[in-house]
Ligand binder design. Sequence first.
Ligand SMILES: [Zn+2]
Length: 109
Amino acid sequence: MAMARHIRKNDSVLVIAGKDKGKRGRVLRMDSKKNGAFVEGINIIKRHTKPNPQKQVKGGIVEKEAAVAVSNLMVLCRECDKPSRVGYKRLDDGRKVRVCRKCGGEMEK
Ligand SMILES: [Zn+2]
């Protein structure tokens, strides 16, 4: 899905597939290959960690976000608050900005 590639860090996104379908969150960071995104509160996995006193690490279960495939996410427009396809617009000063295809609002804020 082409729209998914337009997701960036700090975007608000809607999960459209998978176990967290219907939830919203903010993109914390993209994964290194850019085909996944770490989204706040979404796709939480539990990791068991061993105690390591030398590093001040207590053993136990740590909850952490795992990457979500960007094809399972849609950007939420900040203007109309709807999941939207992303378009592009060139500004007078030459900058290219992402725009919402639903309301035409700019997504870079
Ligand atoms: Zn919009």
